[in-house]
Design a protein around this ligand. Sequence first.
Ligand SMILES: Cc1cc2nc3c(=O)[nH]c(=O)nc-3n(C[C@H](O)[C@H](O)[C@H](O)COP(=O)(O)O)c2cc1C
Length: 464
Amino acid sequence: MGKQIRLNAFDMNTAMHSAHGLWKHPASERHRYKDLRYWVELAQLLERGLFDALFLADVYGFYDVFRGNRDAALRDAVQVPVNDPSLIIPTMAYATEHLSFAVTIPTTYEPPYAHARRMSTLDHLTGGRVGWNIVTSFLPSAAKNFGLDQAVNHDRRYEVADEYMEVVYKLWEASWEEDAVVRDAVRGIYTDPSKVHEINHEGRYYNIPGPHLSEPSPQRTPVLYQAGTSAKGREFAAKHAECVFIDAHNYESLKFYVDDIRTKAVSYGRKPEDVKVFMAINSIVGRTRAEAEEKLREYTALRSEDAPQVLYGGFSGIDLSKYDRSDYLSYFASDHGQAAVARFTTMSEKRMNVGEVVDEIVKIGGRSALLFGSAEEVADQMQAWVEKTGIDGFNLAHLITPGSLKDIIDLVVPILQERGLYKTEYAKGTMREKLFGPGASRLPDRHPGAAFRRAGEAKERSGT
Ligand SMILES: Cc1cc2nc3c(=O)[nH]c(=O)nc-3n(C[C@H](O)[C@H](O)[C@H](O)COP(=O)(O)O)c2cc1C
C-alpha cells in the first residue's frame, strides 16, 4: 500500500475565491456563501469524500494593486465581498462527525488574547477538529482600518508573529492546568483557583499578563498551518507549522520547498514527518478526457482576464498593467508576498516576459497547478506529485463550487482507494490525532510550543 494521500478543500467565505470569473457559470453555487445551508451541504459532501479538512482562507483588505485601485477586484468578485470564516465552523461541525476545519486568522490584526480565546472556543465546540492557518497578512490596504499608519513590513511581520506564537502557546499550554476545572458540587468549587496561572508575558511587541479565559480544550493548541514560502516564511513554518500549504507549479520548486522546510524543522528539534505538506491545486475531471476538454473550453469562455492579475497584484505587489508585454520582471523583496515574486523570477523554470506571465496566470488553473483529464489521469497526476515531491496531499481549490469537488469525490477518490492510496474510513479522534496518530491530540513534546508548558503538564497526552 502506498503513502496515503490527504485531501482538504480550499475555500473561502466569499463570493469568488480563486476561480477567476467562473462565478458566472450556471452550475456555480458560490453566491450562496451567505447561506449556512450551503456550508452544511459542503461539509457533508466533504465528509462523504473522507476529506481531512475544509481549509478556509481569509483576507482583510482589498486587492488594489492592479491598475492602482480596487475596481477590478469588486467588479470580478476577487475575494470580495468576504465574510468572517470562523463563524461558519460550529454549524458545519454540528452537521458532521469527522471533518476538520482549518481557519485563517492574521497575527498582524487580531490581538493574541482574543484570538486565543476564539480558537479555544472553536476547539471546544468542534470536539478538537480545528486548525489555525497562521498568516501575517499581505494586503497593505488593511492596515489603516486596523489603526496602523502603514502596513508592517514583510520581515517584521514574521518577527511579530513569532512573539505572537509565544503568547498564544503560553495561554493555551500553560495557563490552565489539566485538572483546574473540578466542578465539585460538594465542596462548592467549579474551578480550583490555584490551578489557573498568569502567563506574565513581557516581550518586544506584547505585554500580556493572562490568565487565559478558556479552560483546556481537546487539543489546547489548534493544529498549526502556515503558507508563506519566502526565506522568512519557511523558517517560521519550520518552527511552528504542523501543516504547510504550498502553491507550486513544478515538481522541482515544490520539492525544494518541502525539503527545505523539513530540514529546517529538524534544526528546531522536530522530525521531518512532524510537518505535513499540502499542495494548492485546481482540478478539471471528466469521466473521459474529452469530457474534461469540453469543461475546459466552457470555463475558458467565461474566465476573466483581469481577476488573475488582480489576485497576483495582491500576492506579489506587482501591478502587471504597468508593464509592456515584452518587459521582464526582476526579483525584489516585496512587502506583499515574496514567493509570488519568485514564481516568475528566481523560481521560474524558464525566463518569461510579462506577456507570457499574463498568459500563464489568466489560464484556467493559472493560480495553482491544475489536475486535468479523465479520473484515471487525475489519479495518476496526484500520485506523481506525491511521489516526486514528498508532499502529503492537496488543498483542492475548485473552479465550479461545489461541482469540481464533487467530481473528485465521485470519480477520483474511488480510484485512489482501489490503488490503496486513500483511506476508506476516518481515523477516530481530534484533528491532530487524525493527522499524527492515536493519542497525539496535543502538540508533541518536541514542538517548540510545548516548551511553554508548565513542568509535568499534559505530557501523557501529547504525541511522541
Ligand atoms: C496557498 C497559499 C494560501 C494562502 N492563504 C492565505 C490566506 O488565506 N490569507 C492570507 O492572509 N494569506 C494567505 N497566504 C499568504 C501567506 O500567508 C503569506 O503571507 C504570503 O505567501 C507571503 O509570504 P511569503 O513572502 O513568505 O511567501 C497564502 C499563501 C499561499 C501560498
